[in-house]
Design a protein around this ligand. Structure first.
Ligand SMILES: Cc1ncc(C[n+]2csc(CCOP(=O)(O)OP(=O)(O)O)c2C)c(N)n1
Length: 632
């Protein structure tokens, strides 16, 4: 089937900075281009949604006018750096659309948005399959980088696509100051739609004003209507004609004109099939509707030896567990003792349940992890009080310096970092939470900083309840993916009943004599599957769970280290994870079994459950390694 939207209506514009207004013909073409590109984005992002790859429609759809105009100036041969950098990388669908419309990629490739091994990743990442020319995806990281591009290319203007969400990050304030002080020729076009993931900034962050903030930094700021194409053209042209940094603040609703998501934070995510169909039908794209009706979600059902058939979502459980603890506190005590700060990801990190049940302790802190972490830590400055901070594990890399200062201030914080590892990280490499051991940066003789990673939801409950009253910084990790429950040899759930979590203690899941696999988190049940199969094959290999990641348990170490081999299996970066430490512990303790460690090795290649096998961490890979180490 050929591409079901008539894309031939799109004609790339050639724009000229000396032309103050669009001709009637140019205006017509611009309008047609905007419409057909928007229809295309709705169509192909909906495919990813139906397939279960998630994604983002509204932001990409919204910024099409400025993308098409800026691209027209590049095509017109103006002195503009030929990349439309985007600080809000989740809007990558517009970049893929532009590649197709500019003939750099076949339109049919768009069907593969966020699919595994196709190069159309959840955020921009340069790769041979989709010729994206920059990487983005962590908010607040692009403008500072673009400043350097502008310094390196003093004869060119450099565009950045901005968003009101990304502008909350402190980095953007720094970037604005540098751009102003150095008179950099950066043109930032900000989609100021009053929508981020968990709501409307004007409601949850009253006082925040993108334009006034930038004026405060000394930027030349031009506020206008994002949906008014003539003035959008005139404003971009004027910004290009101006020597120095300019911010165009473009006001518009989220996903203007899209039924079901216009103006709503639901528009941030991928469009639902029903809404896409209503939209496409209204524009006469019947073939596209037919196409969507035929797309199916790939079915996957797997079960793992040694684990339960039922699965739990640890990241969602976290909120419920905290609620359970809060409920046991006298109501008047809660606000005095606990502060929960979300960084615009409450729906993903489980904090939403806390906001709903206990709004009195909850703050929506917006997209500003560093400040939010420190505020949580500052709340926990006094004994008996504690802050709870949460975001994705990928962004742990952002708060390291703050955690050092929080430790020196003897602050009490529980940090829930969800989306650890790579499992089901559809957002791809920039969202991999693989450097969680960076949090292990205190001093051996200083205050404890503990890293905890439960293997299933039952263990998580025991763990959080146990460490709640501890002091200092406690990092609790969960995954995006669900996990089954770990079972005993008789099939009963391992962590049910009288189980008590003991910080620092390794746990023997299966006893062995031939060697041991040491694992934790989302790799434990996979390792268990491999261990069970190896045992069936006559290799008496054992399995240890290491839920306290950064403490050497001498007893657990001895149990494993006195057997012929030890294999560490983890979903963390092989260069920074447990594997690089465990070998040292063995040697330090006079133990010298054969030693290997498996972890995350390479950038992602999209998809959902494909990530773990792509890293060579599937049960079969673990099984093969066990066999090799056992000499079988
Ligand atoms: C450093 C960092 N923190 C958090 C996120 C998760 N995140 C992705 S988009 C987003 C906010 C979206 O708001 P905005 O950028 O204005 O985009 P829109 O909702 O308009 O699409 C957040 C919190 C991220 N990608 N990077």
């Amino acid at each position: 089937m050929s591409f079901p939207i008539d894309v031939s209506k799109y004609k790339r514009l050639k724009l000229d900075v000396s032309q103050k207004a669009l001709s009637a013909e140019q205006f017509e073409q611009l309008s047609a281009n905007v419409q057909v590109m928007r229809d295309t984005i709705i169509f192909f992002s909906a495919i990813a949604g139906i397939k279960g790859y998630a994604g983002h429609t509204g932001g990409a759809y919204s910024i099409v006018p400025e993308v098409v105009i800026a691209d027209g100036f590049i095509n017109g041969g103006e002195s503009v750096y030929p990349i439309l950098f985007d600080e809000a990388g989740h809007r990558v669908a517009v970049q893929y659309a532009l590649l197709a419309f500019n003939g750099e990629m076949p339109f049919e490739k768009l069907y593969e948005y966020r699919a595994p091994n196709e190069g159309l990743y959840g955020h921009p990442e340069p790769n041979p399959e989709a010729p994206i020319k920059f990487a983005s995806g962590r908010l607040g990281h692009m403008w500072p980088f673009v400043n350097g591009v502008a310094i390196a290319n003093p004869d060119k203007a450099v565009f950045v696509l901005g968003s009101d969400g990304a502008q909350m990050e402190g980095n953007d304030a720094e970037a604005a100051r540098l751009a102003v002080a150095q008179a950099l020729n950066v043109k930032i076009m900000i989609d100021d739609n009053n929508v981020t993931i968990s709501g409307h900034p004007w409601e949850y962050m009253p006082g925040y004003d993108v334009a006034r903030t930038l004026v405060g930094h000394g930027m030349t700021v031009d506020v206008g209507q994002g949906e008014h194409l003539e003035t959008m053209y005139a404003r971009i042209r004027k910004a290009l004609a101006h020597d120095g940094p300019v911010a165009l603040v473009n006001k518009r609703l989220m996903a203007p004109g899209v039924p079901g998501i216009e103006g709503s934070h639901a528009g941030h995510d991928v469009i639902k099939k029903e809404n896409a169909i209503t939209y496409l039908k209204a524009r006469g794209h019947n073939e596209a509707v037919e196409f969507l009706n035929q797309v199916e979600k790939p079915k996957v059902s797997v079960s793992y030896k040694g684990s339960s058939e039922d699965w739990g979502s640890n990241r969602s459980e976290f909120g419920k567990i905290v609620n359970g603890i809060l409920e046991k506190m006298p109501a008047g005590e809660r606000m005095k003792r606990v502060l929960v700060i979300d960084s615009d990801l409450e729906g993903s990190t489980g904090l939403k349940a806390i906001r709903q049940a206990h709004p009195e302790v909850f703050v929506n802190g917006g997209v500003q992890e560093r400040g939010n972490f420190s505020a949580a830590a500052g709340f926990g400055f006094e004994k008996g009080k504690q802050g709870i901070f949460s975001t994705f594990s990928a962004f742990l890399e952002m708060i390291l310096s703050e955690s050092t200062m929080a430790r020196l201030n003897e602050a009490n914080v529980i940090c829930h970092f969800s989306h650890a590892g790579v499992d089901e990280i559809a957002d791809n490499t920039c969202h991999f939470g693989i450097n969680i051991f960076f949090a292990h940066n205190g001093l051996q003789e200083g205050r404890d900083t503990r890293l905890y990673f439960a293997a299933d939801a039952i263990q998580l409950k025991a763990l959080v309840e146990r460490i709640w009253e501890d002091e200092g910084i406690r990092f609790v990790f969960t995954t995006r993916s669900k996990v089954p429950h770990i079972c005993k040899e008789d099939g009963a759930k391992f962590y049910e009943g009288n189980y008590k979590f003991e910080p620092g203690k390794d746990e023997i899941i299966r006893k062995g004599t031939a060697g041991y696999v040491v694992s934790y988190g989302e790799l434990l049940y996979r390792a268990l599957d491999a261990v069970e199969r190896a045992r069936e094959d006559g290799i008496d290999v054992g399995l240890i769970n290491k839920p306290t990641l950064n403490v050497c348990d001498a007893e657990g170490l001895k149990t494993a280290g006195e057997t012929p081999f030890v294999l560490v299996v983890e979903g963390q970066n092989r260069l920074t994870g447990l594997g690089i430490r465990y070998g040292t512990w063995l040697l330090e303790n006079g133990l010298s079994p054969k030693y290997k460690y498996m972890g995350v090795l390479r950038p992602g290649e999209g998809g959902i459950q494909e990530h773990i096998p792509q890293q060579g961490l599937a049960p079969q890979d673990i099984y093969d390694r066990i066999k090799a180490m056992a000499g079988k």
